[in-house]
Design a protein around this ligand. Structure first.
Ligand SMILES: Cc1cc2nc3c(=O)[nH]c(=O)nc-3n(C[C@H](O)[C@H](O)[C@H](O)COP(=O)(O)OP(=O)(O)OC[C@H]3O[C@@H](n4cnc5c(N)ncnc54)[C@H](O)[C@@H]3O)c2cc1C
Length: 808
């Protein structure tokens, strides 16, 4: 074994081998994979080997498509068979709600280049002969489904990597990992040490143990999972003989089942509701090639549905039941990327669909390690989407929920209950008593809307029970004044003698003067967005930043990686050590004036001013800015004062008819202003010009800000896309995001978010289209639930286009 390597990859499952292959293919060949046993000694060897392109997140779907297309290449390069059978498949819907969901999947597939087609249940039964068509209302055909040989694929990655110069050391167990003062890693094994610049944790079932070696508690947990293999079935033999083809894959969402042919019989797997965690706290090192005891009673309810939906199963025997563990993150997506605070330590774990995602994970991680950027939008897989709040018990609750809902519909207005409430603010109970309906953001309970007694969300793809109530909240803001909680923003403070110079380099905007704020885009080296913030200059050496709450860890990782080494700049994320309230609407100033002695007149405290002031008895930081696009104020207050500030504002607003509003009303309000938000309109694949944030980029400032050259090039060349707002001729359903945008009969773009703008009484969609058609006012259509609706370009904001209200 070599004593030094640029990279040590820990774990020889499908994921580790893919990472090794991708690093070598990308040119890093001084890389070694350490496996404690034979390759595939974790969850990989007993997988069902299914692969598919569909994923709830379009960017992950793209990487799944990449993975499936990769198998031919690694087979050729390695000479090792991967056993890929690209059979195609059907996704079955037993209810209209499920078919609505599938229509959304098809719409998404259109701009991802995934060939999907809605078909009838009868047509599905013609393709997959075991189906009882009476049990279904429709289906979607996917030509890119299939299965493979898990062990063959893993060895093909490893052999291909070796051919490219990488090394694989089997029977080499990593027992500890220690960071040296010079930043290199000592990877200590049962066979000696390897000193490495980078370490990748691809430990699969043991990812937690490997994480703990560097003091990291990763939010992953293994679940038991069962599939059965039947005896040979005459129906299968008949079909094979008649058509010369295999029986295609089927996913029966309502039965929570997946099926495929296995030799002369069928394989049927299920994500059962009564699921079981495996090795809750730690994974035994002596586990590897064993299977777990099957428990047919646990999967019996799913099998009953299966036998009804696929009657041929009633007449056949079960040859074998496989029960094996594999790991999940709380939301079921992988955990990939560099770990904040551990330079050179990377993770590639929690991969629950290794044969659909392993290639994409390897590609993204190798790009990230070598180029400094994953090269794709992998937010949905980024390890930084979790913070310290994702504790072991939280992970346990969420993983069990996610497993049991693997094939369940999640409606756009559906909030999942497990692991909640976890983080709450001091006004939580007060708002709950007012009827707050809660959502969750980065572990924090967030009021979505306020329901009268006895009313709650009815889950639907269409407008629902909240519609009129959200409309009233919007009206309160636009007609008088509304109060909302905004603690879910991420809040940071930057201090130190070097603060201004550093901010000037990290942000693309012009720095605001003392007592002022500005919108602050943050770019990567390639000129694409990596954040959008409000930056406030409190005191030249003290700065306040507010940004996307879900990206706090993501942004702290970026900030810290870019801090000067001389200690002249300090940055701290407040988390919930700072909470927030906001007031907005034409009477917002009158309310504020009643609770503070500060002069908040327009002359003394204009738009984008920031100052410390007391609200009632509570010391606060107040910024004159509002995401509602109205006259408004954001108020930052330590949690111990939040109730006092809230009560003072509510009491002061009573005479004006102040109303509470939640994040759904906020969405309706910001849509009228064409305001985008992080992780929807603003993501690391768009440039500031494309995203319409170029007006906040100070292209000419002296500071050589990160991404400046690339941003200048984008401005010169014009980029490729444009973010646009559309008014949709919708029926009873608005866009939710990820729908296809058509233009002149062809799919040209995608929706990033939208909804109903209650004040303007319009259904609004925001999305990206090619710049060449971005200024056409007509010819657009947006697909909602499988139907194309006429859409008109809306270039000027629907509300306050001249900023009179906001700045007045
Ligand atoms: C019953 C079942 C059916 C499944 N069906 C499918 C399917 O149809 N399609 C699909 O895509 N996925 C399926 N999966 C999931 C799939 O198996 C996983 O996504 C995949 O195996 C994850 O691979 P991995 O490399 O991350 O982890 P693992 O396979 O667990 O590999 C981790 C490796 O790391 C090694 N290791 C750990 N710690 C150390 C250490 N300290 N030192 C050295 N080596 C170490 C282990 O020995 C192991 O070989 C299924 C899983 C099960 C259990």
């Amino acid at each position: 074994m070599k004593s030094h390597a640029k990279v040590v990859v820990i774990g020889g499952g499908v994921v580790g081998c893919s990472v090794l292959f991708h690093l070598a293919r990308h040119g890093w060949t001084d890389v070694v994979l350490l496996e404690r046993d034979e390759l595939t000694s974790g969850s990989t060897w007993h997988a069902a080997g299914g692969m598919h392109t569909i994923n709830g997140d379009p960017n992950v779907a793209k990487l799944q498509k990449y993975t499936i297309n990769l198998y031919k290449e690694i087979e050729e390069l390695s000479g090792q068979a991967t056993g890929v059978h690209l059979t195609g498949g059907v996704l079955l819907a037993a209810t209209e709600a499920r078919l609505d969901w599938l229509r959304g999947v098809v719409s998404k597939g259109r701009y991802l280049g995934i060939d999907l087609e809605v078909i009838s249940a009868k047509e599905a039964a013609e393709l997959m002969p075991l189906i009882d068509p009476k049990q279904f209302v429709g289906a979607v055909r996917n030509k890119e489904d299939g299965h493979l040989d898990p062990s063959g694929v893993t060895h093909a990655y490893a052999k291909a990597a070796r051919k490219l110069g990488a090394e694989v050391e089997r029977f080499t167990k990593v027992e500890d990992i220690v960071r040296r003062p010079d930043g290199l890693w000592r990877v200590i094994t049962n066979k000696g040490e390897v000193i490495a610049e980078h370490v990748v944790n691809a430990g699969g079932l043991w990812a937690r143990e490997v994480g703990r070696m560097v003091g990291l508690e990763l939010p992953v947990l293994a679940m038991e999972h069962m599939y059965l293999i039947t005896e040979d079935m005459p129906e299968v033999a008949d079909w094979n003989a008649k058509t010369g083809t295999e029986i295609i894959h089927a996913v029966d969402f309502d039965g929570e089942l997946y099926l495929r042919q296995e030799r002369g019989g069928m394989l049927m797997g299920t994500y059962e509701k009564a699921n079981k965690v495996w090795s809750e706290f730690s994974t035994p090192w002596n586990f590897g090639h064993e299977l777990l005891e099957p428990d047919i009673d646990r999967i019996a309810p799913s099998l009953e549905v299966g036998f009804r939906h696929f009657p041929a199963f009633q007449k056949t025997g079960i040859k074998q039941i496989i029960n094996g563990p594999f790991t999940f993150a709380p939301d079921g997506n992988p955990l990939v990327g560099p770990v904040r605070g551990l330079p050179g330590f990377w993770v590639a774990c929690g991969v629950m669909a290794g044969f659909s995602q392993g290639g994409g994970v390897g590609l993204a991680l190798s790009n990230w390690m070598i180029e400094g950027d994953p090269g794709a939008d992998i937010w949905a897989m980024d390890v930084a989407r979790y913070g310290d709040w994702a504790t072991m018990a939280y992970t346990n609750a969420k993983v069990r929920e996610n497993y049991s809902r693997r094939f369940s519909i999640r409606f756009p207005n559906e909030e999942l209950p497990a692991g909640r409430p976890l983080k709450t603010t001091p006004v939580y109970d007060t708002l709950a008593a007012k009827g707050a309906q809660w959502g969750v953001s980065y572990g924090l309970e967030v009021p979505l809307w306020y329901a009268p007694d006895g009313v709650k969300d009815e889950f639907s793809w269409r407008r629902s029970t909240d519609f009129d109530h959200v409309g009233k909240e919007v009206a309160a803001v636009r007609n008088c004044v509304g109060l909302s909680e905004i603690s879910n923003f991420a809040k940071y403070t930057v201090t130190g003698a070097g603060a201004a110079a550093w901010l000037d380099r990290i942000f693309a905007c012009k720095l605001p003067k003392r007592g002022r704020m500005t919108l602050a885009p943050m770019l990567k080296d390639d000129g694409k967005l990596i954040g959008d913030f409000t930056l406030a200059n409190i005191d030249d050496n003290e700065w306040f930043i507010a940004g996307s709450g879900i990206a706090e860890q993501f942004h702290m990782r970026w900030f810290e990686a870019h801090l000067p080494k001389d200690g002249s700049v300090r940055i701290e994320a407040f988390g919930q050590k700072l909470t927030g309230l906001a007031i907005a609407g034409p009477r917002a100033r009158a309310v504020l004036a009643k609770v503070t002695r500060a002069d908040v007149s327009n002359a003394a405290f204009p738009f984008m001013a920031v100052a410390r002031m007391d609200i009632g008895m509570a010391p606060c930081l107040v910024g004159r800015v509002s995401y509602t696009g109205d006259l408004g104020y954001e108020i930052w207050v330590a949690p111990e004062y939040q109730r006092a500030a809230y009560q003072a504002l509510l009491a002061a607003g009573e005479e004006f008819g102040i109303g509470l509003f939640g994040s759904r009303a906020l969405n309706a309000l910001r849509l009228e202003k064409n305001y985008g938000s992080w992780a929807r309109e603003y993501r690391p694949i768009y440039g500031p010009l494309e995203a319409g944030l170029d007006r906040f980029v100070a292209y000419g400032k002296d500071a050589d800000f990160v991404g400046k050259q690339a941003a200048l090039a984008e401005r010169k060349q014009g980029g490729k896309l444009r973010l646009r707002a559309f008014i949709v001729d919708a029926g009873d359903a608005d866009v939710i995001g990820d729908e296809a945008i058509w233009h002149d009969g062809a799919v040209q773009g995608w929706v990033t978010s939208g909804g109903y703008a209650h004040n303007a009484k319009k259904s609004v969609a925001l999305g990206y289209v090619p710049k060449e058609i971005a200024d056409n006012t007509d010819g657009f259509e947006i697909e909602i639930l499988g139907k194309r609706h006429a859409a008109r370009l809306q270039s000027a904001p629907l509300f306050d286009a001249n900023f009179e209200r906001m700045r007045g």
